[in-house]
Design a protein around this ligand. Structure first.
Ligand code: PNS
Length: 170
């Protein structure tokens, strides 16, 4: 790949990957020469449903045919990772006005830390504006259908997690 190739990093927890994420990745893959889907390794306040390895495997599986998309993990500061990868931009999806405040704070903090890296916001298709990993997990845990909200492999794995937790409780 030429050294002037434009590389973007699409960071997130992806616990799990939703069709909204996939939509943004495909849009990003058209805009940039390469896009790296970067899964955050450090656990936040809530324990994740899927391990980092499970999340990475699902994302790789879904995006296997996208030749300019790669999947990686990172911890520490996002901007340090972007710099290490020689990235030009951070991609984030904006679903609704409610996302805006948090996203703007992050984008401005990242710009403060590393002025050369821009954050590019993209809107997913309107059919995914209400889809979030958090709600998908809740619906799946309570036995609701997540068809059309997540890729089939993710839906399968969510069912597997539910079955495992039902067995543990029995
Ligand atoms: O989509 P998510 O799960 O809300 O992603 C949040 C993420 C991973 C983009 C954000 O938490 C992050 O960048 N974490 C890395 C730590 C960091 O760089 N913090 C300062 C950025 S403001």
């Amino acid at each position: 790949m030429a050294s002037d190739a434009r590389l973007a990093v699409y960071p997130g927890s992806f616990d799990p990957l939703t069709n909204g994420h996939v939509d943004i990745i495909l849009r990003g893959a058209q805009l940039f020469d390469r896009i790296v889907v970067a899964v955050l390794k450090n656990a936040g306040k809530e324990p994740p449903l899927f391990t980092v390895d499970e999340r990475v495997a699902m994302i790789r599986d879904v995006l296997v045919d996208q030749k300019n998309v790669e999947v990686d993990t990172f911890d520490g500061l996002l901007v340090d990772y972007v710099r290490r990868k020689k990235g030009h931009a951070i991609v984030r999806g904006l679903r609704a006005v409610s996302d805006f405040e948090y996203e703007m704070q992050m984008a401005l903090m990242n710009r403060h830390l590393t002025p050369g890296v821009e954050t590019v916001f993209m809107m997913p298709s309107e059919q995914y504006t209400y889809v979030s990993s958090r709600l998908v997990k809740e619906v799946a845990a309570l036995g609701g259908s997540v068809k059309g909200l997540v890729p089939p492999i993710v839906a399968e794995q969510l069912t597997g997690k539910r079955t495992a937790s039902t067995r543990r409780r029995a």
